[in-house]
Design a protein around this ligand. Structure first.
Ligand SMILES: Nc1ncnc2c1ncn2[C@@H]1O[C@H](COP(=O)(O)OP(=O)(O)OP(=O)(O)O)[C@@H](O)[C@H]1O
Ligand SMILES: [Mg+2]
Length: 706
């Protein structure tokens, strides 16, 4: 295909300069096709092209031409916060055109009024949904929507909001949907009323293979899709293949289905890295920086320190962001040679390598404990697609590890020679469907039953299922006082408006309302347990041993009785574990003790605290909108303590930015108990926190009290 030179594009010269500064002289085939299909003329498009095939640049060209030619605003929606940050940094370039770029995430209970002056806004799908619900004046100006990683529509948890955003975005402006893996892209393009660019073109060709044990003890065979094969030698298949690639100056991403497996495989590989040429000086620097990370646990840092000295690291959501950033950057800088990760990495961060090893094609099913299932083809393609770094490797190589030769053909057939699954609606669950209805009533004007029916017909839900659900949903929302009927119009009640603004799942809201109205004041554990046990509550894994012990440790009455159902009971107990973690956290138990006591990672603790920060805040607002004063007070205090994990007396101090639970306790134990006292004792503060930090804290304290 003839590729268009950047110079001959019908775009503003400044845009061309920015592209050239990035080293982009001409468009690649999918980008060329997208331009030919109207990318620069505001045409709605669905792009289905492999990893690293330049979809982000298409989005930038689409957004920038729209803004220059038509004004308005553009939102770039991504499914993960990690991706939001990465895209935001890329889009900063366009400020040279006078466009203003912002990113927003997290806090849902705001209409982000400050965004009214921005032109390009990077946000998660949830955040965009929440902004529509807040009817902020500026959101109506948004008329260009990039829907990135659109295959997330198939994700059971995140899928509903992706679909719900797509249904509304295509009515409000031009959409540009991007993905590497959509099976039924013709049907999806029709549904989105968009033209489609579907291609397998990749900047770096990919060789897909299967890795299995040869006929001698230490030799292993890589069998490729095209029937060719090659041998590797070593301790086990993963070590043999990984060392082979590294010895040719490549880097390797190894995917394992669980954190434990990932950590174990990283240790195993590290034992064979001795005779690989490594940049020891740089590795030492990276290992030292791991030690300095504030939000990491000491066991994690210890383990990673030793691995990184050998050029190896593991990576999963249990690690804090600080640790993950260092590992990702050291890999991008080609200092670390191997990362052993769980599949979450494949979905998120842009981290290519010469070779990818897929260690497991089974994974544990989240719902039925102990039950394993095959990973979807889509997940296989997302992982294998990471192989081949543009600009470094002339080809990428991905291998699936199987035990025996007999499995080779099955894996070839199921993964290497198969298309990805079709995208299907995930709105068919009650909580997703009810939330969808609520978000329409919250964000659109003059909503009648007919309006709602039109929106529902416009989803990918099978029509008859949608009709069945619709009646039931309306009655449920009316009975539970989320909405009211005024003539033919459906409006939010005060309670419904609050729930919608808080972005709470409707069943979370009903649980909080029922429990708080039925009970008098309870103990802290009871509130934490109630919140954790809702659909929005944080999930934490729990062992059989823990399940038996947890209930014995219970020293106060919970609001919710133990359920009979086996599966429900394990959820109930996992929420009780979250409650214990939270109580330790606000009692100022030190972080390492918490990580050790509950067997969680620093990233897990961060995620639990962030979610419980939002849920205690939401619980406080539900209690106040229901006029439950007693519960309101308890939840307000809990909320103030959760963010930083402090006892009540430290609440005034942690209000000062830069003062967390450790520094607050240090100041307090030296008699400095409020921001005012910080300002009155600057010397003592500098002595306690060090001159530079002390100076900053005194300034922040002065700002905090004005
Ligand atoms: N025409 C081009 N010429 C050279 N390099 C390009 C071109 N277009 C994009 N790139 C570079 O190639 C890389 C592709 O990254 P990009 O994020 O666009 O991939 P993607 O298609 O979004 O992949 P994923 O499916 O992982 O999201 C980027 O570093 C980008 O700068
Ligand atoms: Mg992308």
């Amino acid at each position: 295909m003839m590729c268009i030179n950047v110079d001959s594009l019908p775009i503003n010269e400044k845009i061309k300069d920015i592209l050239k500064k990035r080293g982009i002289q001409k468009l690649n085939p999918p980008q060329t096709e997208a331009v030919q299909k109207g990318l620069l003329d505001d045409k709605p498009l669905l792009i289905v092209s492999p990893t690293a095939s330049g979809k982000t640049l298409m989005a930038e060209l689409g957004m920038v031409s729209h803004l220059i030619n038509k004004g308005g605003k553009a939102v770039y929606a991504t499914p993960l916060r990690a991706l939001t940050n990465e895209k935001y940094v890329t889009f900063k370039d366009w400020e040279q055109l006078g466009l203003k770029v912002a990113m927003t995430s997290g806090d849902y209970d705001t209409d982000d009024y400050w965004l009214k002056d921005y032109d390009i806004i990077v946000a998660t799908y949830e955040k965009l949904d929440s902004l529509w619900r807040h009817n902020s004046p500026w959101i109506k100006e948004v008329d260009y929507f990039v829907l990135d990683e659109f295959h997330y529509m198939n994700d059971p948890e995140r899928g509903p909001v992706v679909e719900s955003v797509a249904v509304r975005a295509k009515r409000k402006g031009t959409i540009l949907a991007l993905s590497a893996t959509i099976g039924n892209y013709k049907q999806i393009a029709e549904w989105l009323k968009a033209d489609v660019v579907a291609t397998n073109w990749r900047p770096v060709p990919l060789k897909e293979g299967v890795l299995y044990a040869g006929n001698k003890k230490k030799d292993f065979v890589v069998m490729y899709k095209d029937g060719t094969s090659r041998k590797v030698y070593g301790e086990c298949p993963i070590v043999a293949f990984t060392l082979d690639v590294i010895s040719k100056d490549g880097q390797v991403l190894v995917f394992r289905s669980s954190r434990k497996y990932a950590e174990a495989t990283a240790v195993k590989i590290s034992q064979f890295m001795n005779f690989v040429k490594l940049n020891d000086k740089k590795l030492h620097e990276v290992a030292e920086s791991i030690k300095e990370v504030e939000d990491g646990g000491s066991n994690e840092k210890e383990a990673l320190y030793n691995l990184i000295l050998k050029g190896v690291a593991y990576h999963h959501a249990g690690l804090s962001k600080g640790l993950r950033d260092i590992i990702e950057n050291a890999f991008r800088d080609r200092i670390i040679k191997v990362i052993v990760a769980t599949p979450t990495l494949a979905a998120g961060v842009n981290l290519p390598a010469r070779a990818v090893v897929i260690g497991d094609i089974h994974r544990f099913n989240r719902k039925v404990i102990g039950f394993t299932e095959y990973i979807p083809v889509m997940e296989y393609k997302q992982m294998s697609g990471r192989a081949g770094r543009p600009g470094f490797d002339e080809y990428g190589e991905s291998v699936v590890v199987v035990r025996t030769k007999s499995e080779v053909d099955k894996v070839m057939q199921r993964y290497l020679n198969s298309d990805v699954e079709p995208l299907e609606s995930k709105l068919g669950s009650e909580s997703a469907f009810y939330s969808f209805i609520l978000s329409i009533i919250s964000s659109e004007e003059d909503v009648t039953e007919r309006t709602l029916t039109e929106y529902i017909q416009d989803t990918l839900l099978p029509k008859e299922l949608a009709k069945k659900y619709f009646k039931q949903a309306l009655n449920w929302l009316l009975d539970n006082e989320f909405i009211a009927q005024e003539g033919e119009y459906l409006t939010l009640t005060k309670f419904g408006r609050r729930i919608s603004d808080l972005y709470l799942n409707t069943f979370t809201a009903v649980t909080i309302k029922d429990v708080l109205t039925r009970n008098g004041k309870g103990c802290e554990l009871a509130y934490f347990h109630m919140l954790a046990y809702t659909p929005d509550g944080p999930l934490v894994s729990i062992t059989k041993a823990e399940e038996d012990v947890l209930l014995d440790e219970l020293d106060c009455e919970l609001f919710i009785e133990e359920p009979y159902d086996e599966y429900e009971l394990s959820n109930y107990l996992s929420s009780l574990k979250v409650a214990f973690i939270m109580r330790d956290w606000i009692e100022e138990v030190d972080e390492d003790t918490i990580l050790g006591r509950y067997g969680i990672g620093s990233g897990d603790l961060r995620a639990i605290v962030d979610t419980m920060d939002w849920l205690t805040y939401s619980g406080f607002h539900v209690a106040s909108v229901l006029g439950l004063e007693e519960h309101k007070e308890v939840l307000e205090k809990l909320h103030m303590r959760v963010k930083d994990g402090v006892k009540e007396e430290l609440i005034p101090l942690v209000k000062v930015p830069g003062i967390g639970r450790v520094r607050a306790r240090l100041l307090y134990s030296h008699g400095i108990k409020t921001p005012e006292e910080i300002i009155m004792n600057p010397e003592k503060v500098k002595q306690l926190l060090g001159p530079k930090l002390g100076e900053k804290i005194v300034r922040e304290a002065a700002r905090a009290i004005t």
